[in-house]
Design a binder for this molecule. Structure first.
Ligand code: MG
Ligand code: MG
Length: 253
């Protein structure tokens, strides 16, 4: 079921989104060679819980054990923070984080270079960021979910990359995952129509190689089938009345 949020609910989600954005900014300041993903997770959890009424969305969601998903290099999403996963110069670290505040969630992700990364890795980051921006620009009242996926796919595949198909963006609100599903591929004018008050998470997962993925034995970590690098950027947005670009809720401003 697609739920339409009131202006007040959207303000609460924006407040949650500001904490999400600040958490990713905190992560960005700490990412360096030698840091474990568990240390990063601890910092993020303490920071989120320091805000009255806020808690990490992921901890306990489908029994996920941590505040952050931390996914390195060929890991696409859902990596579990660990003291044994220590960042090295040249790694790409994808960090996904959600915050629950006063009954509503916000969700965002970004991929960070650890020190200097290869030119290929930089190009992947730039392309995935551009793909997210292109998807967000299509999230307008009157457009369809397929317009978002089409825009994301055009950018990613235009650069010679693949979009992950088995995992998709989603509606978000009182539940972390709500309808509709928001794939990173699609055809213009197809899929559910976007209406004011919808809140959705748009989240391209872009692989340098093929689109195929598999899940590791830990039952969480999703990796590229061919071992190629992957990047993930995500924002939660609200569809506006005026038919213009959406309000990005997971931002500092
Ligand atoms: Mg997310
Ligand atoms: Mg999401």
């Amino acid at each position: 079921m697609i739920t339409i949020k009131s202006p007040r609910e959207i303000e609460t989600m924006a407040a949650a989104g500001r904490i999400v954005a600040a958490t990713l900014a905190l992560v960005a300041r700490h990412v360096r060679p030698g840091l474990s993903t568990e240390e990063l997770d601890r910092l993020a959890e303490q920071f989120i819980r320091s805000h009255p009424g806020a808690r990490p969305s992921f901890k306990g969601l489908y029994d996920f054990p941590a505040t952050l998903c931390t996914s390195i290099n060929q890991e696409v999403v859902h990596g579990i923070p660990s003291s044994k996963r220590v960042l090295k110069a040249g790694d790409l670290l994808s960090v996904d984080v959600g915050v629950w505040l006063d009954g509503l969630h916000a969700d965002s992700a970004a991929t960070f270079p650890v020190d200097a990364v290869s030119a290929d890795a930089e190009r992947l980051l730039a392309t995935t960021r551009t793909a997210l921006a292109a998807g967000v620009a299509q999230a307008r009242a009157g457009n369809h979910v397929g317009d978002i996926g089409h825009a994301v796919q055009q950018v990613a595949e235009g650069a010679g990359y693949s979009v992950v198909r088995e995992l998709v963006g989603h509606g978000i609100g009182a539940s972390f995952h709500e309808d509709p599903q928001v794939p990173n591929y699609g055809k213009p004018r197809r899929g559910p129509r976007l209406v004011p008050g919808m809140t959705i998470a748009i989240e391209p997962m872009v692989n340098v190689g093929g689109a195929d993925i598999r899940t590791l034995d830990d039952r969480w970590t999703v990796v590229t089938q061919d071992g190629s690098l992957s990047a993930h950027f995500e924002h939660t947005v609200a569809i506006l009345e005026n038919g213009g670009p959406p309000r990005v809720l997971t931002t500092a401003d």
